[in-house]
Ligand binder design. Structure first.
Ligand SMILES: NC(=O)c1ccc[n+]([C@@H]2O[C@H](COP(=O)([O-])OP(=O)(O)OC[C@H]3O[C@@H](n4cnc5c(N)ncnc54)[C@H](OP(=O)(O)O)[C@@H]3O)[C@@H](O)[C@H]2O)c1
Length: 237
């Protein structure tokens, strides 16, 4: 039986991934920062190990990693958060720091604590965002953090190849989760977290280096990116 570790397992895409991988007969290491939430969701469910750590706290990551005495076949770094910078002229540096810490700096600490738990032939998966295709309004912190994740994943792919570890970079479009429930704008081509989980499972199963969904949204944004800045900025901002 294969083992998959999923961060951000207590909500949205991460929770849907846990359920999808369980259906495919995986053992799941469900990671979250909230012990009670993890217990409520997963106590008594066969083949789920719970791992408690806050991705912004290196000590808690390393303490949790010491409990992992088995090999992980697939590690999915999915936990993340989004805060918008509403007033650019009164730029909220603390919000910027929080988002970069949660979405990007965390990845370095998780790699430091958990990478050696991956065996040869295993997989490392980064859930980034389609938002890195084009700059979006108010997304300075979120977009910058995910652009950092893209670079990290792409450079690790090269370095980890010699250890036989494959790296997948995932760019989801808009997915209906508690994270996007806060959005006050229209979200084109919105998918459910169950649809996202199925797409992520399939892409990872095919060991794709990069995949993005839904295709309609990906192609639209990539096409817009080819246009001169003044044109796409008029539509996006
Ligand atoms: N939803 C979308 O449209 C969309 C699109 C592209 C990419 N993504 C990415 O997909 C990932 C999952 O997002 P989602 O939409 O499923 O959001 P979500 O429903 O808000 O879930 C986020 C998960 O991350 C966990 N988390 C947040 N901060 C954490 C911390 N400091 N330590 C440990 N865990 C932490 C949350 O834990 P708690 O339950 O304790 O809060 C939760 O389990 C994120 O990386 C997000 O950027 C989402």
């Amino acid at each position: 039986m294969k083992t998959v570790l999923i961060t951000g397992a207590t909500s949205g895409i991460g929770l849907a991934l846990v359920n999808y991988y369980l259906q495919q007969s995986f053992t799941v290491v469900a990671c979250g920062r909230n012990k009670e939430k993890l217990s409520l969701l997963f106590d008594g469910i066969a083949n789920v190990n719970q791992l408690v750590f806050d991705v912004t706290c290196p000590e808690s990551i390393h303490a949790a990693a010491s409990e992992v005495t088995y090999c992980i076949d697939i590690m999915i770094f999915n936990a993340g958060d989004c805060e918008y910078i509403d007033n650019v002229m009164n730029f909220d540096g603390m919000a910027f720091e929080r988002v970069i810490n949660t979405n990007l700096v965390s990845q370095g600490h998780m790699l430091s604590a958990l990478l050696t738990k991956l065996s040869r032939g295993s997989q490392l998966v980064f859930v980034s965002s389609i938002a890195t295709t084009l700059p979006f309004p108010r997304s300075h912190a979120y977009g910058a953090s995910k652009a950092g994740v893209d670079y990290l994943a792409n450079t690790l792919r090269g370095d980890l190849a010699k250890f036989n570890i494959d790296v997948s970079l995932v760019h989801p479009g808009f997915i209906k989760t508690p994270l996007t429930d806060k959005n006050d704008f229209s979200m084109p081509f919105l998918l459910t977290s169950e649809e996202a989980a199925e797409r992520i499972f399939n892409g990872v199963d095919r060991r794709k280096a990069y995949f993005s969904f839904p295709k309609r949204f990906t192609y639209t944004l990539k096409l817009m990116r080819l246009l001169p800045n003044v044109i796409w900025q008029k539509y996006v901002f």
